[in-house]
Design a protein around this ligand. Structure first.
Ligand SMILES: Nc1ncnc2c1ncn2[C@@H]1O[C@H](COP(=O)(O)OP(=O)(O)O)[C@@H](O)[C@H]1O
Ligand SMILES: [Mg+2]
Length: 297
């Protein structure tokens, strides 16, 4: 705990600090784990999960790279509170190299911006796809884990990213509309993915059993109609500190490391790295927060 707190202070205190290894120090590309974070419905918490999970992995001494591939509503840099000159689509320019678009962001998060405010991107042509793939392939050398924040839904760009990833985290909330849209992604994925590796993250739950109910429901339907069982990678509690952090343009894990949402994301990162299921106790404060729907401030 102490050790983690010290690391976090270091990350928060020295935002310009460079990662120990140089960006291009090389490494074994095969070991890089690529995790796409996606959802059926927008606004369910993908970007917050991606950014905070990246920080949590960093605390566990992983070299992490975030790629903001939500081309419609890219906002990794908004959540991080960072400004970037170049973004992902600049890679299509022959003069722009991967190193030009790689950003050493705050809190030790290295990322490629999706370019917030860019027009909803058209789907790529085959040529554009191959340019992007070629240039992005260099990312494997600089990260142990690459987190790809994709857009929501079933567009071709989104499907390309999730089909190309080793594993997929499908974020949903317990709302019926989010569940229906999550199921649509599971269906499209089940029909096209060669190695099926998709897990649910249930966001904005009030207790663990709410998450379990969602997973049981989706798993039953998925097994029956898609012949694809699904499990959960974890859950995140409803926590007002999330929205408060977003307003400050700071990741909640950096400014509220002991909040419920932060503890969930840290536990999820450990479970993703070392296996085992995550269990978070809400504790007395969580109990009161839930009863009075109050999270301080
Ligand atoms: N665990 C949570 N508790 C409370 N509010 C949340 C939580 N997760 C997300 N939110 C709210 O949802 C909004 C959208 O989250 P975001 O990560 O931008 O979603 P997406 O990337 O899927 O569009 C956040 O700005 C925040 O207000
Ligand atoms: Mg987003």
């Amino acid at each position: 705990m102490e050790d983690q707190a010290a690391k976090l202070r270091q990350l928060v205190g020295d935002e310009t600090s460079k990662p120990k290894e140089s960006f291009f120090s090389g490494g074994d590309e095969k070991k890089t784990r690529v995790i796409a974070v996606t959802s059926g419905k927008g606004g369910v918490g993908k970007t917050n999960l991606t950014v905070n999970l990246a920080i949590a992995f960093g605390l566990l001494s992983q070299r992490v790279l975030v790629i903001d591939a939500d081309l419609g509503m890219a906002n990794v840099d908004v959540v991080l509170g960072s400004l970037s000159k170049y973004h992902l689509l600049h890679l299509l320019d022959p003069d722009i190299k991967l190193s030009d678009v790689l950003i050493k962001g705050p809190y030790g998060v290295n990322y490629i911006s999706g370019g917030s405010g860019i027009e909803k991107a058209k789907e790529f042509t085959a040529d554009e796809r191959s340019v992007l793939m070629d240039k992005l392939s260099g990312c494997g050398d600089i990260a142990d884990i690459i987190l790809v924040d994709t857009g929501a839904g079933l567009g071709k760009n989104v499907m390309d990213f999730i089909l190309a990833a080793d594993e997929v985290l499908l974020v949903t909330t317990p709302e019926p509309t989010a569940l229906t849209d999550a199921y649509a992604v599971m269906k499209a994925y089940s029909m096209r993915a060669e190695n099926k590796n998709i897990r649910l993250v249930v966001n904005r739950v009030y207790d663990e059993s709410e998450s379990e109910d969602v997973v049981i429901k989706l798993n039953q339907t998925s097994k029956k109609f898609l012949n694809m069982p699904v499990t959960a990678a974890g859950y995140i509690f409803e926590d007002r500190k999330v929205a408060a952090a977003v307003r400050k343009q700071k990741p909640f894990l950096a400014i509220e490391p002991d909040s419920l949402a932060s503890r969930c994301v840290k536990a999820m990162a450990e479970s993703l790295l070392y296996g085992g299921e995550m269990h978070i106790k809400q504790g007395w404060r969580g109990f009161l927060n839930q009863i009075f729907n109050f999270s301080g401030k």
